[in-house]
Design a protein. Structure first.
Length: 622
């Protein structure tokens, strides 16, 4: 048995055990038989009433997250060694194969469906076991919070261990958020109605020192309502900045929520919040660095490509001029600036080459939806330069409104394409211009502009927040900060809180205990993350300096280029090959119904979101 298999078995056993605790929690076996024994052994003078929940609810997921970082590092190094081989394993790809494609679920893979089914079964189980409405609302809402932050922890190890990404899992964060808000809204309104009918409205202003402070819950509910109202699609899409900045109230929401439920219940939902805080703080530290901007391309279709130095390669970002921010960026670049001050978070998610397992690739896009496929085609072009690798033939079907938008195809080739031989791969491009025809197009004055930026010694190449050994250092942060939290919490409880309780014969202040937990969690994360981040920054400084000192690519003799169908002066052999591989259709849309005939053998169909509904109505993913 390999080490990877052994680690996966450990993760599975610990995770199943963690889920079983949630399943048994509402049963009489747990509450009447196990709880007294567990409290007697685990609620020691070092952890108090938090001992049981720390062991059963917090420790398992923190253990998986820390050890999972080691596993992911080993897998990453293994992929580097075997980077020249592509294993065509359908069994390993089954878990990522879409099983459901429908609104509002979107694309749901086998792994996602399994986790969703387990969570729904857990909620139904709790509802059948609990008879009291207050128990249902409180506990089920707490369950939602236990899972709420895992999908948005972009740099966490939990999602990659399950073969998921933050991008594909964000919809579960949205659903859990809506579900928890419905439960907490009914919970809050129900208590207010109860207090009103029983003439106990004074309870709304009560902040007891020995039990749940109602005021804290009401304040948390106000912050939650602000985030909830602005998160609905109509508000989020039309006023994204309102949604974005309002969502930053999550810090206040968590703060007052923990004050409301107390330290013991905080430990039940701690892993998700803890990992999210680590991820968010590391992203903040990473965004303080200035990224090394190499070049930019301004396309006639109001689109900008920014190229950044990235360890060890380059990173390209395509931005469409739509809102006020992108408009300002476009105008700044159009003024021929020689330097761009940029800070970057990310990139997030694993690199993927699963598309190379198939015999052929068919990609369908509309407008700016071509951008995800640009990176795929660039990767295939790069791999085709090696004689040892076989790459699949590619059919790209792309639709554009105007002929100027056709210049997006220039981005299929990197800005330094001198040594790129696109002829080594089988590329066929079917481009459709829907609102113009060849005779009506007259604008030939607008060209593609290339800008090369000056370097700055204080800029750094884009890299993982903790450098090339990101997973190992992340595991060190998780384990060291959590162990630090347990040690300080144990010492503080034993030598500060316990003597006070012994002297007064009363439990320690309910709110103050929760405040101490919040403070210790934030402090331990701050110390461990800052120390390791600064250490990694110092260790990687030499590597960054080596990359920055590399000779920048020499700009072409003419900084202007264009991609038009007729009467075009070809500047390079790669561009000539790209033009020869492209067939342009005017005044018509792509016949998506004919796609089914192209999916012969082991074909992989990739469809942009804007055209997914049309394509998926008659096609299936392979």
């Amino acid at each position: 048995m390999s080490m990877g298999t052994a680690l996966r078995m450990i993760f599975l056993v610990v995770f199943i055990g963690w889920l079983m605790v949630w399943v048994l929690l509402p049963t009489t076996i747990y509450t009447q038989a196990w709880t007294p024994k567990l409290n007697c052994k685990l609620n020691s003078t070092y952890f108090g009433e938090q001992g049981t929940n720390l062991l059963l609810f917090s420790f398992p997921m923190m253990f998986i997250a820390a050890l999972g970082c080691v596993y992911l590092h080993v897998q990453q190094e293994s992929k580097k060694i075997n980077s020249k081989s592509v294993v065509k394993s359908h069994r390993s790809a089954f878990s990522k194969r879409p099983l459901l494609v429908m609104a509002p679920l979107g694309i749901v893979t086998a792994t996602e469906l399994a986790f969703a089914a387990m969570f729904i079964a857990l909620l139904i189980w709790w509802q059948t076991r609990l008879r009291s409405v207050s128990f249902i609302l409180g506990y089920v809402g707490n369950i939602c919070w236990a899972f709420l932050f895992f999908p948005v922890s972009r740099g966490s190890s939990i999602l990659p261990l399950a073969g998921l990404t933050s991008e594909s899992s964000i919809k579960y964060h949205i659903w859990l958020g809506h579900l928890s808000m419905i439960l907490f809204a009914v919970h809050t309104i129900g208590f207010i109605v109860y207090w009103g009918t029983t003439h106990q409205m004074a309870e709304m202003l009560e902040w007891r020192k020995d039990w749940v402070p109602n005021v804290a819950g009401e304040i948390a509910f106000v912050f939650a309502m602000g985030m909830w109202v602005t998160s609905f699609p109509r508000v989020r899409r039309k006023m994204f900045e309102v949604f974005f900045y309002t969502h930053h109230l999550y810090g206040f929401y968590i703060f007052f929520y923990v004050l409301h439920v107390g330290a013991a219940y905080f430990c039940m939902i701690l892993p998700g919040i803890y990992l999210f805080f680590i991820d968010r703080f590391l992203r903040f530290l990473q965004s303080r660095r200035r990224a090394r901007s190499v070049s930019a391309r301004i396309l006639p279709c109001d689109t900008v490509e920014l190229n950044f130095s990235k360890s060890p390669d380059k990173l390209s970002i395509v931005i469409k001029r739509e809102g006020s921010w992108s408009q300002k960026l476009y105008q700044e670049l159009s003024s021929s600036v020689d330097y761009l001050n940029v800070s970057v978070e990310g990139p997030y998610g694993p690199t993927s080459s699963h598309f190379l397992r198939h015999e052929s690739l068919v990609m369908v896009s509309g407008g700016s939806g071509i951008t995800p496929f640009i990176s795929i085609i660039r990767e295939i072009i790069f791999r085709s330069q090696s004689e040892e690798l076989d790459v699949p033939p590619v059919l790209l079907i792309c639709a554009f409104k105007n002929l100027a938008d056709l210049t997006m195809l220039n981005l299929l080739l990197p800005i330094s394409d001198t040594n790129t031989q696109i002829s080594k791969m089988q590329l066929q491009i079917e481009a459709y211009v829907t609102r113009e025809n060849e005779q009506t197009f007259t604008d030939t004055q607008k060209h593609l502009q290339t800008i090369w930026f000056k370097s700055d010694p204080f800029d750094s190449p884009i890299s993982a927040a903790l450098g090339p050994n990101n997973w190992l250092w992340l595991g060190a942060i998780i384990s060291s900060s959590f162990v630090m939290f347990l040690l300080i919490l144990g010492i503080f409880t034993r030598y500060y809180i316990f003597p006070i309780e012994q002297e007064t014969y009363e439990p320690y202040h309910f709110t103050l205990r929760a405040l101490w937990d919040i403070f210790l969690v934030c402090t331990c994360i701050f110390i461990a993350s800052s120390a390791i981040f600064l250490w990694c920054k110092k260790q990687n400084a030499k590597e960054y300096e080596r990359i920055l000192n590399l000779k920048a690519p020499t700009p072409p003799t003419s900084p202007w280029s264009q991609f038009y169908v007729a009467d075009r002066e070809l500047e390079s052999l790669p561009h000539q090959s790209l033009v020869q591989a492209t067939k342009v259709h005017f005044g018509t849309k792509p016949d998506l119904k004919g796609l089914q005939a192209t999916l012969e053998g082991d074909s992989n169909l990739l469809v942009a979101q804007s055209l997914a509904d049309d394509a998926l109505s008659f096609c299936w993913f392979w």
